[in-house]
Design a protein around this ligand. Structure first.
Ligand SMILES: NC(=O)c1ccc[n+]([C@@H]2O[C@H](COP(=O)([O-])OP(=O)(O)OC[C@H]3O[C@@H](n4cnc5c(N)ncnc54)[C@H](OP(=O)(O)O)[C@@H]3O)[C@@H](O)[C@H]2O)c1
Length: 259
């Protein structure tokens, strides 16, 4: 059966690779981001390579009516979303009181509000059909507070918590929710978040292809959490929870310090 996946943030980075993987599996796509050009380039590529039906929606997901409009457009076209991949997101560096409130507010609107609203919009149909998968792209940032990226880390903590809670609410259905929690990945993310020179992005930076693969496979299995790197899995799952909070905060700040 052909499954349609809605992927947000598919114009580049991890989202583009997730869309690619879904197309390779034989599924159709609805791809969403602001830049129509990037989406249309992917649409042509996937149609030529895999014969994928790709519907492009150019939308700023932080706009108040964005998700209602997407839902209406898909309803008019009779497109059902079987797989929802909430991937669009961005970060930003600096002390919270010195950062622009508009930027942090947009970050909350995209990383938290749009993700929750999209989930709310499409989950009901999945439950009614007793079939569906949701992949929420969180981050390893979701497992600890992030001095110098306070809002970003908090938005990702929301995604990790929210995804697991809903997964448990759906335990008696065939609908699954997975949180993909990557460490640093080489995409446009670091530049947009002004992370040039921070420790965390100096080494062990993964490719978006490898991260997308880990996330997509985890979603197919219905795993709760997927972390792409075993060292980060060990650190965040077993070591960080045992450390004193003050030490966690200091270490976390170090990884976001510029040199
Ligand atoms: N890269 C990392 O190190 C890393 C690590 C952990 C988690 N993550 C998470 O992975 C996800 C994907 O990030 P990425 O690394 O692939 O970054 P990216 O290359 O910057 O891609 C971000 C995607 O989100 C879209 N987007 C941004 N603002 C949007 C808006 N207002 N409305 C609609 N779409 C919007 C962008 O497209 P347009 O600009 O065309 O709108 C782009 O397609 C994010 O949730 C990020 O937090 C990234």
């Amino acid at each position: 059966m052909k499954l349609t996946a809605l992927v947000t943030g598919a114009s580049g980075g991890i989202g583009r690779d997730l869309a690619y993987l879904h197309a390779k599996q034989g599924g159709d796509l609805v791809i969403v981001a602001r830049s129509r050009e990037g989406l249309e380039a992917l649409q042509v590529e996937l149609a030529e390579k895999y014969g994928t039906q790709v519907h492009v929606i150019s939308s700023d997901l932080t706009a108040v009516d964005a998700i209602r409009e997407i839902a209406e457009e898909l309803r008019d076209l009779n497109i059902e979303v079987d797989v929802l991949i909430n991937n669009a997101g961005f970060g930003g560096h600096g002390k919270f009181h010195k950062r622009s409130w508009d930027d942090d507010c947009a970050m909350i609107d995209l990383n938290v509000k749009a993700l929750a609203e999209l989930t709310h919009t499409f989950l009901q149909g999945m439950v009614n059909r007793n079939r569906g998968k949701i992949l929420n792209v969180a981050s390893t940032a979701g497992f600890l507070p992030g001095p110098m990226q306070a809002t970003y880390y908090a938005t990702k903590a929301f995604v990790v918590s929210f995804s697991q809670a809903i997964a448990e609410e759906l335990a008696d259905t065939d609908v699954t929710v997975t949180a993909l929690c990557p460490g640093p990945v080489a995409t446009g993310f670091a530049e947009r978040a002004q992370l040039d020179g921070v420790e965390a992005f100096k080494k062990n930076v993964a490719t978006s292809k490898s991260v997308a693969k880990v996330g997509y496979r985890a979603m197919e299995r219905g795993d709760l959490i997927a972390i792409n790197d075993w060292k980060l899995r060990l650190l965040l799952g077993w070591i960080v929870p045992l450390l004193p909070r003050s030490m966690v905060l200091r270490l976390s700040k170090q990884t976001m310090t510029k040199s």
